[in-house]
Design a binder for this molecule. Structure first.
Ligand code: UT7
Length: 322
């Protein structure tokens, strides 16, 4: 079996910060409501940089962390729900901008679970022997798809990017990945595009922004986060004491607290930075990992669980030995 590990990690968030108090001036909401219902205080919002721009900054930081040049990459996988264009892929733009001329590049759409999907793909592609050094990026500029008059959604999301270099290795660093889809619930989080418009078709529908059935997603998230973490721990015969960190998708502090309590795990083991970044969708997990590395929180040999959930609906877990 050919193993894979995370060789380097990096992240970037736009400089401009929008606080809950700023949002009070835009929609009928309050800092108190947002903090108590979600745990979010601030979010970073792009003032013009697109998803590929954020991705490039995160990718260059990850390459530097890995001590690698862009030409060494043989693949770029980018997870986003807010690509620069419908076509070409945002990954192709990143390939050009960082000069990764030997890398094949493509996007993956798996909502907020995107980064875990990429880890699964990268690990399996490396195990197949076809690829050796894969840049994986989770990046979003969701602010461009938000209806800034909809208080149900505009308070939740932020912009950001996180990237990791996944390399063939002697070490079994990425020990397991599991990804899932339930298309029956595809209508719970939707960012629509244009409707069919041709001489044979009906009237063009107007463009709508991101729409989410928040309570249904909340119920789904609490269920799958707990269930899938239990399953991966059982499969590897791990107890709570064996786990140093759980890095969950940063959607809502209440979802994370619920999982910690159901698993009877110390909530301090669940890393959270959603107070500063809000929900950055596919970027949230690598953004958190990168911040943890910068803070010196990741120690070689630590066992880390990642868990994500989002549009699709999708969900997934990963077990990493740092
Ligand atoms: O990353 C993708 C995955 N996404 C998620 O995981 C999101 C999961 N869902 C959630 O995190 C939560 O459902 C939300 C944070 C989106 C909403 O929290 P909630 O506790 O489920 O609130 P709710 O939708 O049940 O709304 C409760 C009340 C309603 O008023 P009434 O009908 O009780 O009078 C809403 O109109 O709060 C009202 N409300 C607000 N009030 C102030 C909704 N949004 C706001 C707001 N400020 N921004």
């Amino acid at each position: 079996m050919i193993h894979a590990e995370i060789l380097g990690i990096g992240s970037y968030a736009p400089e401009a910060v929008m606080s809950n108090v700023d949002l009070e001036k835009i929609v009928e909401t309050s800092d108190e409501w947002i903090q108590s219902r979600t745990g979010i205080v601030n979010r970073h919002i792009s003032e013009g940089e697109n998803t590929s721009d954020l991705s490039v900054k995160a990718a260059l930081a990850a390459l530097k962390d890995a001590g690698m040049e862009a030409e060494e990459l043989d693949m770029i996988l980018l997870a986003t729900t807010s690509p620069d264009h419908l076509s070409p892929s945002t990954a192709a733009l990143v390939q050009k901008k960082i000069g990764a001329k030997n890398a094949v590049a493509m996007d993956v759409s798996a909502g907020c679970t995107g980064f875990i999907y990429l880890l699964d793909l990268a690990r399996n592609l490396i195990a197949s022997g076809s690829y050796q050094k894969i840049l994986v990026i989770g990046a979003e500029v969701l602010s461009k798809h938000i209806d800034w008059t909809d208080r149900n959604t505009c308070i939740l999301f932020g912009d950001g990017a996180g990237a990791a270099i996944i390399s063939k290795s002697e070490r079994n660093g990425i020990q397991d990945t599991n990804i899932y889809t339930d298309g029956d619930m595809n209508d719970l989080i939707v960012i629509p595009t244009k409707s069919v418009k041709n001489p044979l078709g009906a009237i063009e529908a107007e463009y709508h922004a991101l729409a989410m059935k928040g309570q249904d997603v909340f119920k789904f998230a609490t269920k799958v986060v707990t269930k899938s973490l239990k399953e991966i721990m059982k499969a590897h015969e791990l107890t709570n004491d064996d786990i140093r960190w759980v890095v969950p998708h940063q959607a809502n502090k209440r979802i994370i607290d619920f999982a910690a309590s159901k698993l009877k795990m110390d909530p301090e083991k669940f890393y959270m930075n959603l107070d500063e970044y809000g929900n950055t969708s596919a970027a949230s997990i690598p953004l958190a990992l990168s911040e943890m590395k910068q803070k010196g929180l990741l120690v070689k040999g630590d066992k880390i669980l990642l868990v994500g959930f989002g549009a699709g609906l999708t969900w997934g877990t990963a077990l990493i030995e740092w």
